[in-house]
Design a binder for this molecule. Sequence first.
Ligand code: ADP
Ligand code: MG
Length: 220
Amino acid sequence: MPHCNRKAMNEMKQNTTGKFIVFEGIDGAGKTTQIRLLEAYLQKKGRRVVCTAEPTDLPSGKQLRRALSGEEPKTPCELAALFTLDRIAHNMQPKTGIAALLESGNDLICDRYFYSTLAYQGSETDPDWVRSMNLNCPEIRHPDLCIFLDLSPEESMKRINSRPEAREIYETRERLERVRAQFHAVLKTFDPQSVRIVDAGKSIDEVQSEIQRIVDPILK
Ligand code: ADP
Ligand code: MG
């Protein structure tokens, strides 16, 4: 058997592993819009890109949606655990999970991740428990980069109201204000290099240019 140099193996693995980029932001901040544009940008560079989202379409994500819609009411701790369970399933799914896709060289762009759980569920139950359950879980990968699209609730409401889909009950101005503040508190606890706050109040093109400036240096 040939001599196996662990350091060389790890470096090789790192070079072939795709980048894991998460988008966060209150509703209407422009996540869907900017993810599509970043996907096209990365593809143009010849990279393989997969876009994904949480909650997932897996059974755990479907259960979560039923809970969020009020169809199957849950306690705050149950909800936090369900989000985390769905995240583990999202990571560990054979072939189509986060781990498998990254390891086979795809870049992954994910619409919402554990920052959302920390911001939303962390404020409704014990934040240390929610944080530890997510950040210390060996089956929940930490992103290479989180881009937080920061938008005022006023502008966000305008955008939500002009969106074709029906308005969800969660999206009131007061709630958006609270969630935005919670996000800022959570993001402050992460390494500022890996969590970047982008002013999402600018034009779609300006926001995308800023995102590309942030993403470019992490691409190898
Ligand atoms: P999210 O996925 O974060 O909820 P969307 O990408 O769906 O946000 O954007 C919400 C609405 O605002 C959409 O109708 C979209 O076309 C519009 N929009 C997105 N970004 C901008 C922007 N920078 N300026 C103006 N309108 C925007
Ligand atoms: Mg969206």
